[in-house]
Design a protein around this ligand. Structure first.
Ligand SMILES: *Cc1c(COP(=O)(O)O)cnc(C)c1O
Length: 359
């Protein structure tokens, strides 16, 4: 039996996509071989690849003046590639430090460019996103890096800050689950494994005028312009991950696209936040209401014993992946696009039952 899978990533994928992939695995559409066995230069793979790239743009609503590239190395490689490619001599990158991922992006990128924290929520325990007027931009700043959703702390930008410099966004954990104001962004990136497919591929959107000016003095794999000019086939792409992303995007389209993903995320997370708010403090969330994530709902029970009891009962009820991140503890329910609302209903029922048995 399939579980209700609340894992933060890699995460649940649509059952239809998994079943389709299973049917196609050994003999891809009569080719006499699996897609993972054939040349990435074959016309068969080329069609799969180009469709996935086109759908990434169309489902996300990327404007014509953006290119998309599919890369290995996950979102993590982007932490370094962004300053390498975007910062010219004398330019700096600003970072909004809103949690563990934003901190990693800043520290990792600092090996490759002059970066600074334009706001840091660490002293408050990363409970919220900043208002635009709290973000301090220094001279010679090329971009402001934001993490649209902090997967571990469970906070998100409800609105992206317009501070007069272009934004670079790590959207790994709410990728293609919300519309974004493209005019504010020069670059958007994220690993696929939280909303879009299996691990193994990062998807980066980059403004074409920016591509023209990126640093050329880098190894080939590290250059956005090379990947873009070769349609992300400069070297062997992660073919299976790309194929699966294409299928998930097609599934998203069949569900009604981005607007439906956005409203479902709001509805699903709203059900869990309602259960927290209605619990008379039995379930506690440290997250500021205005910054509540729609993807990762983090909460605690009154004691670690009750946290553990709750998780054990969740396992008995066929739910998995609810244990909080190791530095945070408690419970984290990740509600990505493919998580059915029935899973959320089951969680909310558990929350009500467990509370009446233990409050
Ligand atoms: C998971 C995650 C990452 C890291 O992604 P990888 O693909 O594993 O490198 C980066 N940023 C955020 C916000 C994430 O949730």
């Amino acid at each position: 039996m399939r579980k209700f899978n609340f894992s933060a990533g890699p995460c649940t994928l649509p059952l239809e996509v998994l079943e389709e992939a299973q049917v196609e695995f050994v003999d891809y559409h009569g080719a006499g071989m699996s897609l993972v066995e054939m040349s990435h230069r074959s016309s068969t793979y080329d069609a799969v690849h180009m469709e996935a790239m086109a759908k990434a743009k169309s489902v996300f609503g990327a404007p014509d003046d953006f290119s998309v590239v599919f890369l290995g190395g996950g979102a993590t490689l982007q932490f370094a590639m962004i300053p390498m490619n975007l910062l010219a001599e004398g330019q700096r990158g600003a970072h909004v430090v809103t949690g563990e991922w934003a901190s990693k992006a800043l520290s990792d990128g600092s090996h490759h460019g002059d970066l600074y924290a334009a706001w840091d929520g660490g002293s408050e325990g990363y409970r919220r996103m900043p208002a635009p007027e709290e973000i301090v931009i220094e001279p010679n700043t090329r971009y402001l890096h934001v993490t649209s959703n902090e997967t571990i702390g469970g906070i998100r930008f409800n609105e992206f800050p317009d501070v007069g410099v272009p934004l670079v966004g790590d959207m790994s954990s709410d990728y293609m689950t919300r519309a974004i104001p493209w005019d504010l962004f020069d670059l958007v990136y994220g690993g696929a494994q939280k909303n879009l497919g299996p691990a193994g591929v990062d998807i980066t959107f980059i403004r074409n005028s920016v591509l023209e000016e990126t640093n050329r003095d880098l190894g080939a794999y590290l250059r956005y312009d090379i990947h873009a000019s070769k349609n992300s086939m400069y070297n062997t792409p992660p073919v299976y991950a790309v194929y699966m992303v294409g299928k998930v995007l097609r599934w998203m389209e069949s569900q009604g696209g981005l607007a439906v993903m956005e409203s479902q995320a709001s509805r699903k997370s709203g059900l869990v936040y309602d259960a927290i708010d209605a619990s008379d403090g039995f379930y506690r969330s440290q997250v500021d209401r205005r910054s509540r994530s729609h993807m990762n709902v983090v909460f605690h029970l009154p004691s670690e014993e009750l946290d553990a009891g709750f998780l054990a009962e969740a396992t008995r009820r066929n739910m998995s992946g609810l244990k909080g991140y190791r530095t945070v503890g408690g419970v984290r329910a990740s509600l990505y696009n493919a998580l059915p609302v029935e899973a959320v209903d089951a969680l909310v029922e558990l929350m009500a039952d467990f509370r009446s048995a233990n409050a």
